[in-house]
Design a protein around this ligand. Structure first.
Ligand SMILES: Nc1ncnc2c1ncn2[C@@H]1O[C@H](COP(=O)(O)OP(=O)(O)O)[C@@H](O)[C@H]1O
Ligand SMILES: CC(=O)N[C@@H](CCC(=O)OP(=O)(O)O)C(=O)O
Length: 260
């Protein structure tokens, strides 16, 4: 079974958390799961820029990506965050290979909006590089950076990158592992299931905001693009990947229409 695991940057910010997730991912091939990993690194990027006196600015949850920032996108997402995760996976016994959307023309993007600078929206994926790596037993680890055929480089929201890769790779399941228990309702409880209409409602009511608003939009896009199962779950829960794949109710399952 093909599974796309998306790891948020906060989960990758400590060696212990990274190692725990790497151990779980390294165990997947022995259970017949052909995994592809997509990761973010928003927290690491904001820190990197702050240390260099560059303020982070977001519009609708997307980082305004000036030329300064695109240089950092390569250094942080495709550089340190990607290689630290790959090395944790290798340490856990997994033959992981780090790449970005630029490599093998995996993810082609175009500028989303000139006001955001080099923020990309993915227009096409070419999953051949993922298929080739997986076929030979490697685990692809994809940074949220895309390119175009003219040499352009784009910063892509990591959830959107995960959806594009999941659809292109024809993953049966997409697991968004993040730093909260799942999607919270207005009363603070975590919702076990949420349908597309419910996602829109939570966004309209201002209950799902910022990163979660973007994640819900991505989750709905994944369902529309044919991914069978989409779950938003806490990356810090013990054995979270195995439990989700075994059907345990953990986090929030996003479905097209809730069963009455
Ligand atoms: N209704 C909600 N339920 C859960 N988290 C929410 C909600 N609304 C906003 N959030 C915020 O969304 C964050 C998760 O999104 P994000 O930071 O983009 O995660 P990641 O880095 O894993 O992609 C949470 O840490 C939380 O602060
Ligand atoms: C365009 C845009 O906003 N890109 C994001 C990419 C990183 C990301 O999405 O990381 P998380 O998964 O850790 O949130 C950014 O620059 O922060």
């Amino acid at each position: 079974m093909r599974v796309l695991v998306k790891l948020g940057g906060t989960l990758l910010d400590s060696l212990d958390s990274r190692a725990a997730l790497a151990a779980q991912i390294a165990a997947l091939p022995s259970t017949g799961v052909e995994a592809v990993v997509v990761h973010g690194g928003g927290k690491q990027m904001t820190r990197f820029l702050t240390e260099r006196g560059v303020e982070s600015r977001f519009v609708n949850g997307l980082r305004v990506t000036s030329p300064d920032v695109i240089d950092a996108v390569l250094k942080v997402f495709a550089g340190s965050v990607n290689k630290e995760l790959v090395s944790s996976l290798v340490a856990a016994g997994a033959p992981a290979v780090g790449l970005s959307g630029i490599d093998g023309v995996l993810a082609e993007a175009r500028q989303l909006n000139p006001e955001l600078g080099a923020v990309g929206e993915i227009v096409q994926t070419n999953p051949a590089v993922l298929n080739a790596l997986v076929e030979h037993g490697f685990i692809p680890v994809v940074a949220c950076v895309a390119g175009d055929r003219q040499g352009g480089i784009y910063n892509v929201n990591a959830d959107q990158m995960a959806v594009a890769c999941a659809a292109g790779y024809e993953a049966a399941r997409l697991l968004f592992l993040t730093d909260v228990d799942g999607v919270r309702a207005a009363d603070g409880t975590t919702l076990p299931v949420l349908d597309v209409a419910g996602c829109q409602e939570l966004i309209a009511q201002g209950v799902a905001t910022g990163g979660m608003q973007a994640k819900l939009n991505s989750a709905c896009a994944a369902l529309a693009q044919g991914v069978g199962e989409v779950i938003i779950a806490p990356g810090s829960a013990p054995r979270v990947i195995e439990r989700l794949l075994n059907g345990e109710v953990l986090g929030t399952r996003i479905v097209k229409e809730a069963q009455q």
